[in-house]
Design a protein around this ligand. Structure first.
Ligand code: IMP
Ligand code: MG
Length: 180
């Protein structure tokens, strides 16, 4: 039995399942971008854990860059999303893969796609660790996904509750009533 912290209700995906799935998705990505150089763009802070695991399994040359966003109540309405920390470098002419921890309502991903598309990359796609299509409010084209998840709040492998639980190796459903 894995010892789980307070607030964890049940484990959805174990560390081994996540690693196996990341390898499969990385193989799809390597195939799609073969003979090219790929720029992975991570959205701080949630996607950092996924991005590093994914990057190590990709076989084409990879660059990484990060941006941070601040968003306000994207689950309760059209969230106001803005870039709080921008990329270090331009993406013009590059093959860009936006790496997300989770696509939920879709507001964040749509905003980022629109913003990045304006910088004229050669190609621009999304890869997400988790996809909750049942919560989608705006449609976004998710090209690569590791797992579809139910409509429950999840933590681990980068996903947080009040900035905690990001360092869990697994992904779990949490019960906020008994959280840390
Ligand atoms: P969207 O704009 O609704 O797609 O919001 C996505 C963002 O909401 C993610 O980047 C997460 O920060 C957050 N989020 C949505 N669902 C969860 C969850 O179950 N656990 C942790 N964070 C979540
Ligand atoms: Mg996030």
């Amino acid at each position: 039995m894995i010892q789980t912290p307070q607030g964890i209700e049940r484990i959805l995906f174990t560390e081994e399942e996540i690693q196996r799935r990341i390898r499969e998705v990385a193989a799809e990505i390597s195939e799609k971008y073969k003979d090219r150089t790929l720029k992975l763009i991570g959205v701080l802070k949630g996607s950092v854990f996924f991005l590093t695991a994914l990057a190590r399994e990709i076989s084409v040359p990879v660059k990484v860059d990060f941006l941070a966003i601040s968003s306000f109540s994207s689950r309760s309405g059209p969230g106001v999303v803005r870039i709080a920390k921008d990329l270090d470098d331009p993406i013009e002419g590059e093959d860009v893969l936006l790496v997300e921890d989770i696509v939920d309502t879709g507001f964040t991903a749509r905003y980022l796609l629109q913003t990045l598309a304006g910088r004229e990359p050669n190609t621009l796609s999304i890869c997400t660790l988790l996809d909750r299509t049942s919560s989608r409010i705006v449609q976004v084209p998710v090209e690569f996904r590791c797992f579809e998840i139910p409509d429950r709040f999840v933590v681990g492998f980068g996903l947080d509750y009040k900035q905690l639980y990001r360092n869990l190796g697994y992904i779990a459903v949490m019960n906020p009533d008994v959280a840390l």
